[in-house]
Write a protein that binds this ligand. Structure first.
Ligand SMILES: O=P(O)(O)OC[C@H]1O[C@@H](O)[C@H](O)[C@@H](O)[C@@H]1O
Length: 340
């Protein structure tokens, strides 16, 4: 064991963690339907397209915070995924002929790299912001000391993150250390964003657009960098295609390039809405927001159904980029204006 640890520490870690996955699959078998539901219904895409607009009907301030924070967090997460070739347990096991008995489920088949877990990043971010908006009111009512407020927000993220991590590990979609590192990454990034939130909300568009431009070039540079070192940029799709129990579960919408377009599109809408501190004011009434958001989300739903999948990759990616940019821009700029 010690010898193999020295020779190939990552492979040893993967091998040892497969036993942990096996244990999780046995121990949590009684609550399996719940764990499968968590991963199926709390995907990053569903948070952006369904849950955030629903939250927006009741609380505009929280919606604005969520759209802007998820815009940034998802881009960071997709960029790391695109550049770091982290294996998923269900394909690593087969690729290296490991004999540990780990099961695949509906939802295991994913086509992007494993780290960080997008489910974990977006779910924890959402929970953190919900706690940040609602806990102060509870604190006031219960007359609790303010110094525990920040700790309670972090605790909410840890609890929610643990539930989602168990779900991802149960599905054999992530190794345990990848979930743990994702939690650290999320807490650290959220903490940093909160520290600079005032300057970020007041940031002018002409300053943010060049930053976004530089950020957008990085996936292209990474792509050519991979080709240069003879690495297939679509290695994770190939792995999924090879080892998914049922390859019909693979969806174009979940491939790395598509996810990058989705997340960069969403962030572009956020950047074009800057500065957003005005939209943070919660003066609008629910009776105005409800019909508007309902119409907007129906349009977004039909736009999603019409995604061109047979006209080549460029049309597919460009469409997804534009749809998401328009979606976040409408939520941050147009909805608050029309309902003010
Ligand atoms: O990284 P995870 O949590 O395994 O999620 C895999 C993929 O799951 C899909 O549902 C998301 O739309 C993608 O954004 C994500 O990359």
């Amino acid at each position: 064991m010690l010898e193999s640890l020295l020779v190939n520490p990552l492979a040893t870690l993967y091998h040892e963690e497969l036993f942990l996955i096996q244990w999780v699959q046995n121990f949590f078998a009684p609550v399996a339907p719940l764990l499968l539901l968590l991963s199926e219904h709390l995907t990053p895409a569903k948070l952006l397209d369904i849950y955030i607009p629903v939250i927006g009907v009741f609380n505009q301030q929280l919606m604005v915070l969520l759209v802007s924070a998820l815009g940034v967090m998802n881009v960071f997460s997709s960029l790391i995924k695109w550049s770091a070739p982290a294996n998923r347990p269900y394909w690593w096991l087969r690729e290296y002929n490991d004999t540990t008995a780990v099961q695949q489920y509906h939802g295991t088949c994913q086509t992007t790299a494993a780290f960080p877990s997008s489910h974990l990043v977006s779910f924890s971010t959402t929970l953190y912001l919900i706690a940040l908006v609602f806990l102060p009111a509870c604190w006031q009512r219960l007359k609790l000391p303010n110094r525990y407020l920040s700790t309670s927000c972090i605790l909410t993220v840890i609890l929610g993150g643990t539930a989602m991590s168990i779900s991802r590990i149960y599905l054999a979609a992530q190794f345990p250390h990848q979930c743990l590192l994702t939690c650290f990454f999320t807490i650290f990034t959220l903490h940093t964003l909160r520290k600079y939130s005032k300057s970020l909300y007041n940031l002018r568009r002409f300053k943010a657009i060049p930053i976004l431009g530089c950020l957008s070039i990085s996936p292209v540079l990474i792509y050519f960098g991979m080709l240069r070192i003879d690495m297939d940029p679509h290695w994770s799709v190939r792995m999924a295609f090879k080892w998914c129990m049922d390859p019909t579960q693979m969806r174009h919408e979940d491939s790395s390039i598509f996810v990058l377009a989705r997340d960069f599109g969403y962030l572009t809408g956020v950047v074009l809405s800057l500065p957003i501190y005005e939209s943070l004011e919660n003066k609008t009434v629910i009776t105005k927001r409800l019909p508007l958001l309902l119409v907007l989300e129906m349009l977004n739903y039909y736009a999603r159904l019409e995604t061109p999948k047979t006209y080549g990759r460029v049309a597919f990616v460009a469409y997804e980029f534009a749809r998401n940019a328009m979606h976040s821009f409408t939520l941050l700029k147009i909805v608050p204006k029309l309902t003010a």
